[in-house]
Design a protein around this ligand. Structure first.
Ligand SMILES: [Zn+2]
Length: 278
């Protein structure tokens, strides 16, 4: 036997195999439509069964599926994003309808999510507000204009809720402010003031007169009528203009009215002058 003789049956075999395959392919092609129709019909008729099978398979191969999904997503990130965007764009109505249908469920989920991410949500919001201050301000004022009743109610509720805190804060603020004012009286401009007093034609105003004067005015500023714990001595004719530091030239004024007098229009006392009464 020659080598070619020994290979002959094999070659013939291969040729036969190939013929078989070609025939099968032809058949396959010929019955393609029929087969597809059959498959479609089968799927339609066994919808539930197939779905159950699918579910069972997925449940049994859950981890595997997830891993495969991750790999797929990593390999097709851009395509997937584009697809999603396109889908969202073309299915707005669908989504809206579905959201409406699952409204309560979605709300529950969203609420649970917010509860679970409270701290980081707060932080994120604060960061956003800080980065978008003007935008946020505009938003808030638009909302306040559109919902005045709601805003009032919210403020009321907040005040009621934080009453003690607010009171403590206000007390502390008042304390700080008074301390600052006292300090300013002791140190601020005192040298200048002493110099001016020394040049005043008359300098006989006493501590006692000042106490009585404040009492007479019910501890109110003569210009704005606000009752103040801290009042300043306002010289009707300023010391700078050679006014005297004496009872008839002094009225109690709050700090802001007193300093406003310096550069603003002339302030008119709202209370009768002490010296016109005595
Ligand atoms: Zn005042």
């Amino acid at each position: 036997m020659t080598i070619s003789d020994s290979t002959t049956p094999l070659t013939q075999d291969a040729a036969k195999q190939e013929q078989k395959r070609a025939k099968w392919r032809r058949e396959h092609e010929r019955y393609r439509d029929k087969r597809l129709a059959y498959n479609r019909a089968y799927r339609l008729a066994n919808k539930e069964k197939l779905r159950a099978q699918d579910r069972a398979y997925k449940a049994a191969h859950h981890e595997e599926g997830l891993a495969r999904g991750r790999v797929y997503n990593a390999n097709h990130r851009e395509a997937r994003r584009a697809y999603n965007r396109e889908y969202q764009r073309t299915h707005t109505e669908d989504r809206r309808a579905r959201d409406l249908e699952n409204h309560d469920h979605i709300r529950t989920l969203a609420k649970a999510w917010r509860e679970a991410h409270k701290a980081e949500q707060k932080q994120a919001k604060q960061a956003w507000v800080k980065a978008n201050r003007d935008h946020h301000r505009a938003q808030v004022s638009r909302y306040a204009q559109a919902h005045p009743e709601q805003v009032r109610a919210t403020k009321r509720a907040s005040r009621a809720k934080h009453r003690d805190k607010i009171r403590a804060y206000n007390e502390a603020y008042k304390g700080r402010k008074n301390a600052l004012a006292r300090q300013r009286d002791r140190s601020g401009h005192s040298a200048q003031r002493r110099a001016r007093l020394a040049q005043a034609p008359l300098n006989d105003f006493t501590e006692k007169q000042w106490r009585e004067m404040k009492q007479h005015y019910d501890h109110r500023c003569v210009y704005c009528d606000r009752q103040m714990q801290h009042l300043t001595q306002d010289h009707l004719t300023p010391l700078m203009s050679q006014g005297s530091h004496t009872l008839h030239n002094i009225v109690p004024a709050c700090r802001s009215c007193n300093s406003r007098k310096g550069d603003g229009p002339v302030l008119v006392p709202v209370q009768p002058m002490l010296f016109t009464l005595i």
